[in-house]
Design a protein around this ligand. Structure first.
Ligand SMILES: Cc1ncc(COP(=O)(O)O)c(C=O)c1O
Length: 453
């Protein structure tokens, strides 16, 4: 085992050292070589060291350098040092974090994380948390709690009697709702096509005065951070409106919820504490390794009722049982990296991470617009949408930027316009990275627009 750990440690150091000097997306020949891993499965065991050597030799070069400083695709945060090491340590511990009796330490760490997170995100102190794979499952768990609460109030026991003949729930979402919310609603039997979609403005924010009259039971899904523009729904107003009825408000804040920790950006989350449930990702802006999402529910009874299960062998004691708060039973100890990230950054460090990413998003917008390219969104957070001309030209620029390898940005369609999406979400990204990346983007865009030379 010692030999393997030493070998692994060498490989990890080499990989992390190379991550900023290599092309962000793997070269076609490296992607080709990974096919070596598809060998016929042999009959006999292979030495662990050899297995790791093969993975490193054929797997590492075919990875996307998304932990590097010039990765701006999707909303992917890099893995910063303390949570990365914590993740490796937790791998060595190999705890089953689902059950307190199987891992007092991971269960305890989750209770600490719950306390720290509700404090820095300014959620009501009684709010419970569940540690899940990502915001999709966090949305699922939050919406399951909502479904439970709304139907219970209507006299229906959805967990035991299912949805057949249950009172219908009216679900209200914004037109620019994230697909993961619709997926979660579909998994909960609430139906993607049954939702009422409220028209959005040019930034993707729900137009409050177009929210229709609703009767109970009603569930309103608001968004803190649109995946394209970074914009926030008028959450405070919507929560205010919902509080005069008994509607449940669920906030999808996969990355945007972290704005609450920054004195400069907290205004975007104003009023969000008035919601009933929230979803966020730690693998996005907290920069912990994949996978890590968190569901928060103000009244824990609703989360427990929708998630918990029972069996004689599952010793449920007086202590907090992690499996009462999430869809999974057995799972890894996700709280460990979250604890390490928060402990190493502190409140100020986390606020500076958010603010530095937002500054760098503004720098991208400034450089690209100074070069004559159109920024399609108000850059309110860490997301930038840019057009390089007609849709085909923009798509060619995106493809060539990805092939060039200086940085990696994806594409999107925003309200009928083709755009490049730039998401600045990594602790590693510096102003120099933005300068270098925007120079590469502008060089390619100028060539495609016949402006070079
Ligand atoms: C607003 C929003 N909600 C939900 C998700 C889904 O998150 P995950 O992929 O971690 O499940 C994302 C992902 O980008 C997002 O931006």
């Amino acid at each position: 085992m010692d030999k393997m750990i030493d070998a692994f440690s060498e490989k990890a150091k080499r990989y992390l050292k190379s991550v900023d000097s290599r092309k962000v997306f793997p070269a076609p020949e490296d992607v080709e070589k990974m096919k070596f891993l598809d060998m016929p499965l042999q009959d006999h065991p292979v030495e662990p060291l050899e297995v790791i050597n093969e993975l490193d030799k054929f797997g590492s070069p075919a990875t996307v350098a998304s932990t590097g400083s010039r990765y701006f695709g999707f909303v992917i945060g890099g893995a910063s040092p303390a949570p990365l090491a914590a993740n490796l340590l937790a791998g060595v511990w190999d705890q089953n974090a689902g059950i307190e009796a199987a891992s007092p330490v991971s269960s305890f760490i989750e209770t600490v994380c719950r306390k720290w997170l509700t404090d820095i995100l300014k959620l009501p102190p009684e709010t419970e948390a569940g540690f899940v794979t990502g915001a999709t499952m966090a949305n699922f768990a939050g919406l399951a709690a909502a479904r439970h609460a709304l139907l219970k109030k209507a006299g229906w026991d959805v967990e035991n009697d299912g949805l057949f003949n249950a009172p219908p729930i009216q679900v209200i979402v914004g037109e620019e709702v994230h697909v993961s919310v619709l997926k979660a609603l579909s998994m909960l039997g609430l139906g993607r096509n049954k939702v009422t979609k409220v028209p959005a403005d040019a930034q993707g924010r729900m137009t409050v005065n177009l929210i229709p009259e609703y009767s109970e039971p009603t569930l309103i899904c608001v968004q803190a951070g649109n995946v394209n523009t970074g914009s926030f729904d008028p959450i405070s107003e919507i929560c205010e409106m919902a509080s005069s009825s008994d509607a449940w408000v669920h906030a999808d804040g996969a990355f945007g919820l972290w704005a609450a920790v920054s004195p400069r950006y907290a205004h975007l989350c104003e009023g969000i504490h008035k919601a009933d449930s929230w979803a966020t990702d730690a693998h996005k802006w907290l920069n912990v390794p994949y996978d890590s999402g968190i569901v928060f529910v103000r009244d824990k009874e609703h989360l427990i009722s929708s998630m918990s299960t029972d069996a004689a062998y599952l010793i449920s004691g007086a202590k907090r049982e992690p499996f009462h708060y999430v869809p999974e039973l057995s799972r890894r100890a996700r709280g460990v990296e979250i604890w390490a990230a928060l402990r190493s950054l502190g409140k100020k460090g986390l606020a500076s991470l958010i603010e530095s990413n937002c500054d760098n998003a503004l720098l991208f917008a400034k450089k690209l617009s100074a070069a004559g390219y159109r920024i399609l969104n108000d850059v309110v957070l860490n997301q930038v949408l840019v057009s390089f001309g007609d849709p085909e030209t923009t798509k060619r620029v995106i493809r060539r930027v990805q092939e060039d390898g200086t940085c990696w940005c994806g594409g999107t369609e925003w309200q009928g316009k083709t755009a490049m999406r730039i998401s600045v979400s990594s602790w590693r990204t510096t102003e120099n990275d933005v300068e270098e990346s925007s120079d590469a983007i502008i060089r390619i865009a100028d060539e495609e627009n016949g402006k070079s030379g």
